[in-house]
Design a protein around this ligand. Sequence first.
Ligand code: 5AD
Ligand code: SF4
Length: 436
Amino acid sequence: MFALVETFGCQQNVNDSQRIEGMLLEMGYALTDDREKADVIIFNTCAIRENAHTRVFGNLGALKHLKAKKPSLIIGICGCMAQQEHIAKRIKSKYRHVGLIFGTHALWKFPSLLLDAIEQNERVIDISENENIAEGLPVNYDGGARAFVSVMYGCNNFCSYCIVPYVRGRERSRLEEDILEEISSLAKTGVKEVMLLGQNVNSYGKDRGEKDAFALLLKKVCQIDGIERIRFMSSHPKDISEKLLQTMAEEEKICNQLHLPLQSGSSKVLLDMNRHYDRERYLSIVKKAKELMPDICLTTDIIVGFPTETEEDFEDTLSILREVEYDSLFSFIYSPRVGTKAAEWENASSEEEIDARFKRLLDLQNTISYKKNLRHEGKIEKVLVSGKSKTDSEMLSGRNYANKIVNFRGDESLTGKIIDVEITKAQTWILYGELV
Ligand code: 5AD
Ligand code: SF4
C-alpha cells in the first residue's frame, strides 16, 4: 500500500508532514511521489494567503478522476486551511471525493482518523481545538544533514492581517528535554544543522512563565555533539532580547543569520498591523545586531498593500530597505483573511498601485541583494554540502553560514559534509565558488 503526503506552505508544515509520513510508515505504508500509485493522498495545507487556498483547491479538483478510477483511494486534507470551518464546509459540499478532513490540532490522531476513513463509508472530519502538544510521534526525516525541529506551536500575537493564531491556536512550548533529545538523536543520524522553528521563537517558554528561555535553549543545543550549525525562525521584533543577540554573537555554532520580519517600514501601518514595535525600535534592534555581529546576514518579510498603506508609508518601507540592506527578503501582496481584523477594512490603494509598489520593492531589493552577495567574493567560507545542484548537474550545491546557496565543482561524496569553499563569483540569488 502506498501513501503520498503533499506539503503546501511553510517549514512548520514540512515538519508536520514529516510526522504524518512517520505515522504512515509505522502503519505499514510505503511512501510514493506518484499520485496514480497512491492508496492514500494527504494534502497538508497553508492558509496564509488566498493564493495558497487557490492552489490547494486546484490540486484537489485534479484528484477527482483518480478517485473515480480507484474508489478505495482515500484523499485527505489537513493543516491550516482544513482547520477553518468555512473551508471544511466548502470541501464537504463541493469536493465529495475528499474523505478525510482534519485540522492542525488533530495531527496526532491521524492514524485512527485514517482507519475510520477506510472502514466507514462516510467522511471523517476532525477540526476540533486542542491545546496539547503530542510528543513521541514518529518523524520521517529525509536523511539529509539539515533538519527542522519545532520548538513551539501556535501564536499569541494576532497581527491584524494574520490567520495563524486562529488556525494554530495559542503558544505552546515543547519541553526543553524533549527538544534536546530529538536533536541528539538527529545528530546520531548525521544531521549537522538544525533550524529551530516557531511562529515566534522569542516567546519560547513564556507560556510556562520562563524568561530568556530561548537563549538558554540555544546554548544547550550548542552542547550537542555532532550539531555544527544552528539557525532559528521566526523572531518577532517586539520581543527579541539583547540576551538572544549576545548568545548568537558568543556561540560559534549559532549562524550569524537572522530572519526579522519587518512587514512595513511605516510606524503608522505597524500600529494598524498590531505589531507592537515602531520603525525606530526595529532599527535599534538591527543596529545592535550589526554591532555584535558585523557579518550578520539579515532577511525579512514585507507585506505590500496593507489596507491602510499609502504611497508615503510604502516609501518608508523602501527607506528601511536602503538603511538595513537585507541580504534577501520575502515579499507578499496583502491578502485579506476571513476572520481577521484587517479583512474588515477598505483598501486605500488600487490593485494597480499595489502591483507597481511590489515591483519597485523587488527591483530595489535585487540591487541590494547583489551588493550584499558581492561581500562574500574572495572569502573562504564553510559550506554544508546538500548534494548535486538542482540547476546544474555538473555542480555541487550547499549553504554557507548565511544560508545562501553556494555552487561549486566537487565530488558527490562530499554531500553532508562541511567544507571550505572560496567564493569566486556573486550573483543576485546565488554564489559560486571553488573547493579549497
Ligand atoms: N497577506 C499577505 N501576507 C501575509 N503574511 C501573513 N499574513 C498575510 C496576509 N494576510 C506574511 C507575513 C508573514 C509571512 C509568513 O507571511 O509577512 O511574516
Ligand atoms: Fe501571524 Fe503575527 Fe503570529 Fe507571525 S507573529 S504568525 S504574522 S500573528
